[in-house]
Design a protein around this ligand. Structure first.
Ligand code: HEM
Length: 207
């Protein structure tokens, strides 16, 4: 059964990729519709920042599910879509950052540094963003081959980065903790499924 599905995944790769692009663009489309139809009220700035942030986080979790799913159901063909989905994590993180800088702060850099001092969780978001940027740039095949072990080391940072994003999320909240705690439970579950890979990744730094 899994052999047939793998064959189909390979045969319909471009069609599946097109479909994935359409699905992954839906949150952006919804955001545009919500703003233009005033579904988020007259001042949607915070809603935009939060919606784009949650989209980035949810897609990040989807990428973390791919490897355990492909192993459990013997579907290595699923991994062919990891890069595409991962790039959308970066796209939504970039839009989240752009919404904050452009429409919330009006590109006022003085205000940006003041906010950074008052809200240290922004630093955590910036670290996560920079690592996502490095992963996106190096995700092309030619760099993957060129960087070899260092590529694997860099891309293994996805686990600590996800935890960092959750701290950024929890710290940014004015009240409530249930949502980040539920996300954390899910991420710990996913990381524990990849225990061996995480141990191998950690070990690669001492070689
Ligand atoms: C330079 C990078 C980043 C900056 C400056 C930044 C800024 C912010 C700010 C200002 C908030 C709080 C908004 C508010 O409540 O007033 C926030 C919340 C959040 N950010 Fe970021 N962020 C960055 C990177 C990221 C990245 C890379 C992710 C995910 C991949 C992320 C995910 C989130 C989440 C999930 C929230 C909470 C949203 C909610 O409360 O519903 N951020 N961020």
């Amino acid at each position: 059964m899994s052999k047939v599905i793998n064959q189909k995944l390979a045969a319909y790769r471009w069609q599946i990729k097109t479909l994935l692009h359409l699905v992954l663009l839906c949150p952006l489309l919804y955001c545009i519709l919500a703003v233009s139809n005033a579904w988020w009220g007259g001042d949607p700035v915070q809603a935009i920042i939060h919606y784009l942030a949650n989209s980035a986080l949810n897609i990040l979790l989807v990428t973390l599910c791919l490897a355990p799913l492909s192993r459990k159901f013997k579907l290595p063909g699923l991994l062919a879509f990891r890069r595409l989905i991962g790039l959308y994590v970066f796209v939504y993180a970039l839009l989240h950052l752009a919404a904050y800088l452009v429409i919330d702060l009006g590109l006022d850099w003085q205000l940006f540094w003041q906010e950074n001092l008052q809200r240290p969780y922004i630093w955590l978001g910036m670290v996560a963003f920079l690592v996502l940027l490095a992963m996106s740039i190096t995700s092309v095949k030619v760099l993957q081959q060129k960087l070899g072990r260092r590529w694997l080391q860099l891309h293994g940072f996805i686990y600590p980065i996800t935890l960092l994003v959750l701290v950024h999320f929890w710290w940014s909240l004015k009240s409530g903790w249930l949502e980040p705690v539920l996300y954390l439970a899910l991420v710990i579950g996913l990381i524990s499924l990849r225990k061996l890979q995480v141990q191998r990744w950690l070990g690669s730094f001492s070689k």
